[in-house]
Design a protein around this ligand. Structure first.
Ligand SMILES: [Zn+2]
Ligand SMILES: [Zn+2]
Length: 237
């Protein structure tokens, strides 16, 4: 089956995410946009994934729990998991590898933990905008050990990206594909290091109005998280 997807979005738990981006409203916006497979990828946390996955399921969407991990090189990597327990376990793993400083809500914004009905459960106190102590060369094996798939985020951006921070795509990092922004020039993949590297384009929405209409599709044999992860592991095939 051919399914519209976007696998990189933030909720109000991300310090830079709009407080209007509640998991329930984000899921509703994805449904309105015609997306069918989606993922929540807040910065260095999976805390709102239970709410988002429940809200998305109520709209008939397949939602994967995820995270946008910040490596010690300040490179953003999208990490997706087969189920909520795996995502929660990885969330705990990452929380212990964040800088030992609290979030400053006045400067960075509140980090709201929500339920699926727009209720506020609390605030995450850890500083989610920082980088973890996880190195980029360790991410692929680490996420695989949690049953998930990881791919470098928005590689065509000048900051917080693999190309911006490290300069080139090194296949020995093990990532099965790359993510670009929707405005990425196709010529980028004429670079020798990127020749033949499969890629998808995600919206990285931090505000509800940034959720795009259906813009890319995946072919899956069945509508399950595992089928999505397998498709990604095959480089989007
Ligand atoms: Zn990012
Ligand atoms: Zn992002």
């Amino acid at each position: 089956m051919r399914l519209a997807f976007d696998l990189h979005m933030h909720s109000c738990l991300s310090p830079c995410g709009s407080e209007d981006n509640t998991p329930a409203d984000l899921a509703a916006m994805c449904a309105l946009a015609g997306l069918q497979v989606v993922a929540l990828t807040d910065h260095n946390t999976t805390g709102n994934c239970p709410a988002f996955c429940a809200a998305a399921a109520a709209h008939g969407l397949l939602a994967l729990p995820g995270m946008e991990l910040t490596t010690q090189e300040d490179v953003h990597v999208v990490c997706l998991f087969p189920d909520l327990p795996s995502a929660a376990k990885f969330g705990e793993y990452v929380r212990a590898r964040l800088p030992a400083i609290p979030n400053d809500p006045a400067f960075w914004g509140r980090q709201l933990l929500m339920d699926a009905e727009d209720g506020i459960l609390g605030e995450e106190t850890a500083f989610l905008a920082g980088s973890t102590d996880i190195g980029i060369y360790d991410v692929h094996a680490l996420i695989t050990s949690f049953g998930g798939v990881a791919f470098p985020a928005h590689i065509d951006r000048p900051s917080f990206s693999l190309l911006g921070n490290l300069g080139l795509w090194d296949p020995s990092m093990g990532f099965p594909l790359a993510e670009v922004t929707p405005n990425c020039p196709p010529e980028l993949f004429q670079r020798p290091d990127l020749a033949g590297v499969p890629h998808i384009a995600d919206c990285d929405a931090h505000y509800l109005h940034q959720v795009p209409d259906a813009h890319q599709y995946m072919d899956l044999p069945e509508l399950t998280p595992q089928a999505v992860l397998d498709w990604l592991r095959r480089g989007g095939q």
